[in-house]
Design a protein around this ligand. Structure first.
Ligand code: F6R
Length: 261
């Protein structure tokens, strides 16, 4: 697990975009794992900018989103499949048929979740998974108490997550769905490289637990301590509760240029 502390969200966006571009240069048909929410937006904006500048193409890439609210109508602006299209995939040359998400309107939920797992596997697995983290330590919508071995399934959102996400629903917490379909922690752990971005004081405790806390279902992101290739990009505020912050800075400064993330 590598922790990189950067000045601001834009610097995080640039470094994360570097990783995506390096991957696509090596493997044009790479499989990207995409998070929604605010944290990855600077990454997506930077990738769109580079795409418009002719520096990167997504023409052969594929993408899988992490999660989806249950019950939001197909045209709802906050349905994650629509959000990712608006924020990223619809702004680059990624064919919509090559972007998939869990089906939050499925009648047979277990079958839809199993089909999503199969689709990821059939695509060869996720090469690079972009993640955010919730204030309660969730990744995707694996809320505290999630099985560390979980796969795509239905989950109940915590009240805290619904309060956090009410800003996308006009501030109305009751408008935030109570349930979601989400990739499980084991699904995320199968990605070959995990790149987690977090900014702001509100994420400081979760980032500390993720990197330095005991591995526990209480802080689901801690499962990433068992992953061999995780990069955590944070700003100063999100890094403010890290115990070994000096060591992380020294390590990154002294890193050989050839190594990348
Ligand atoms: C969204 C997702 C969530 C968010 C998390 C942080 O697809 O999987 O885990 O990454 O809730 O959200 P933001 O970035 O909005 O603070």
């Amino acid at each position: 697990m590598e922790i990189v502390i950067l000045d601001d969200a834009q610097a995080i966006g640039r470094l994360a975009a570097d990783q995506v571009c390096t991957l696509l240069a090596r493997k044009p048909d790479a499989v990207l794992g995409l998070a929604t929410g605010s944290s990855p937006l600077p990454v997506y904006d930077e990738l769109v900018r580079r795409h418009q500048a002719g520096e990167v193409t997504f023409g052969q890439a594929r993408a899988f989103t992490l999660d989806e609210y249950v019950g939001l109508a197909a045209g709802h602006p906050e349905r994650y499949r629509n959000v990712i299209d608006r924020e990223f995939t619809g702004r680059v040359d990624l064919d919509p048929s090559r972007v998939a998400g869990p089906d939050g309107l499925a009648r047979d939920v277990p079958a839809a979740c199993a089909a999503y797992e199969r689709a990821i596997t059939d695509a060869g697995g996720v090469d690079l998974q972009i993640l955010g983290i919730g204030t309660d330590g969730h990744i995707a919508f694996n809320e505290p108490g999630s099985s560390l071995a979980s796969r795509t399934r239905i989950k109940t959102l915590t009240h805290q997550t619904r309060v956090d996400n009410a800003r996308f629903f006009g501030g109305d917490v009751d408008a935030v769905p109570t349930h979601c379909l989400t990739q499980g922690l084991a699904t995320i752990m199968a990605a070959r490289h995990v790149l987690l971005v977090a900014t702001g004081q509100g994420k400081a405790q979760a980032v500390h637990e993720l990197a330095e806390g005991a591995v526990s279902a209480l802080w689901p992101a801690t499962v990433l301590q068992h992953h061999p290739h995780v990069s955590i990009l944070v700003d100063e505020a999100a890094a403010s509760r890290l115990q070994l912050v000096g060591y992380y800075r020294e390590t990154y400064l002294a890193k050989p240029a050839w190594q990348g993330l």
